[in-house]
Ligand binder design. Structure first.
Ligand SMILES: [Zn+2]
Length: 475
């Protein structure tokens, strides 16, 4: 569009020059007018000479014919020697023609000079406008980046920095000071037109330079800031991703341990496939680098983001495989998931003097040491009402006792680390285990030496619930 316009402009620019040239040529024609007086005489002479010539040649042509021939020298055709025009006259006419030719030759040179100047001016004008447009685009893009509220730009808060505020203001000023895009049509028909265009070009180019200087200074300060922000963000994100990966690895290992301990499940086709898939995900994760590369530029922050993405990818793969394995194990009904109340009974230890009681094995070992001391004092084993309680049993307890029972899945009984002595509210033996009874006070005083305690919430002056019968293993 603009090219066509320009084309037509230059066509327009050339046309007046042609007209002018035509004008000058016609002036040359007119310039001959003052010679008219001489020319009239000359004309007469020429006619006379011509007539004579014709006569000498014995030509019978009439005067009209002769006049037509003689009128021609105004045009292109030089007098024909055959017509017998005298040589002084021919010399005069030839000289006149030569002067005209030389004059029009210098006009051609001038015209070519103007055209060259106009072409150069137009090119410089286009270049300057392009520079200005480019500088303005860069300035606007940079300001948009700084004004964005997207943390991914890394430019948030930059404007509030000591250096940032003034640099942004400088660019904004250079933007508003910069000349508008100079798209006006500029006919160029003379050297002075070319000079005017060149002058406008200088103003545009100066605006572009000022804007470039301001934008360059802004970018030079902004980029390290962005790099710092992005590197910090990227490193923080990577750290979180690595932590999540480690947690996923740990969960996966637990799931594999549980699956491996239930040989009948691991032997099923589904179990074998899911275990293999999870092991493969864990192996794949080992090849993922979780080390943050050195970060000093925005590109390097991008490199850290790439590492983070691969860590997240590995984490997701492990989590998905773990979830699939756990779901399958639970659905199989053959596997204990290792959760509170869902421990594999085979991993727990029976209390030797009361085989129906199950405790985590380290807790059971400590209990038996405590029991030995108790037995020496009281001549009996410590009576146990309850120990390990499955999730389903916790649900039932909650249904029966409401707030008096732990929320299912949270009781220490579900971990095999708690014992309830016979409830004092029940008849007989229970009455021996109330606060202040000799056996309770003995247990409260001696059990902690073996890692067993009546928790602070359960003691008589604790916040409750008040459970003198509840002892937990704290190691
Ligand atoms: Zn209890």
């Amino acid at each position: 569009m603009r090219r066509d316009e320009r084309h037509s402009k230059s066509a327009m620019a050339i046309r007046p020059a042609r007209r002018q040239t035509g004008g000058l040529l016609s002036v040359v024609g007119e310039a001959s007018v003052p010679l008219e007086g001489c020319a009239v005489d000359a004309d007469r002479r020429i006619r006379a000479e011509a007539r004579r010539g014709y006569d000498e040649a014995g030509d019978t042509a009439d005067e009209g014919h002769a006049r037509r021939d003689v009128d021609v020298p105004h045009g292109v055709v030089l007098p024909n020697k055959r017509h017998g025009v005298s040589s002084p006259v021919v010399g005069f006419v030839v000289a006149l023609a030569l002067v005209g030719m030389s004059f029009s030759g210098s006009l051609v040179a001038e015209r070519s000079h103007v055209a060259g100047a106009c072409v150069a001016a137009a090119q410089a004008w286009r270049d300057a406008n392009a520079r200005l447009t480019q500088a303005r685009d860069l300035a606007n893009a940079t300001l948009a980046l700084i004004g964005s509220d997207d943390p991914a730009t890394g430019a948030m808060g930059y404007r509030d920095t000591a250096g940032g505020g003034p640099l942004v203001a400088t660019v904004e000023k250079a933007l508003s000071d910069a000349p508008a895009f100079d798209a006006s049509a500029t006919p160029c028909a003379s050297s002075s037109d070319a000079a005017v265009i060149a002058q406008r070009t200088v103003a545009i180019d100066d605006g572009a330079t000022a804007l470039n200087v301001a934008v360059d200074a802004l970018i030079a300060d902004l980029e390290p800031y962005r790099a710092g922000t992005l590197c910090t963000n990227a490193t923080t994100t990577l750290t979180a991703a690595v932590n999540a990966l480690n947690a996923a690895r740990s969960d996966a290992q637990s799931a594999l341990d549980v699956a491996g301990s239930a040989s009948d499940y691991a032997a099923t086709p589904d179990g074998a496939a899911l275990i293999a898939a999870l092991q493969a995900a864990l192996t794949d994760a080992q090849s993922v680098s979780s080390t943050a590369p050195v970060c000093a530029t925005t590109d390097q922050a991008g490199a850290i983001d790439a590492v983070t993405q691969s860590v997240i990818g590995a984490t997701t793969a492990i989590q998905d495989a773990t979830q699939a394995l756990n779901a399958s194990m639970v659905a199989s009904g053959k596997v204990y998931t290792g959760e509170n109340g869902r421990l594999d009974p085979s991993t727990l230890c029976h209390v030797p003097y009361d085989a129906k009681q199950l405790l985590r094995c380290d807790a059971e070992a400590a209990w038996m040491k405590l029991n030995a001391v108790y037995k020496a004092e009281w001549g009996e084993d410590i009576p146990i009402d309850l120990s390990y309680r499955t999730y389903d049993e916790q649900v039932k307890m909650r249904e029966i006792y409401g707030g008096g029972a732990a929320i299912p899945g949270t009781s220490n009984h579900g971990w095999g680390t708690a014992v309830d002595l016979p409830d004092y509210r029940e008849g007989g033996i229970g009455l021996e285990w109330n606060y202040g009874t000799p056996k309770y006070e003995w247990m409260k005083a001696n059990a902690p030496a073996f890692g067993w305690v009546n928790p602070s919430w359960a003691v008589q002056d604790g916040p409750g619930p008040h459970e003198p019968w509840h002892f937990e293993y704290v190691g």
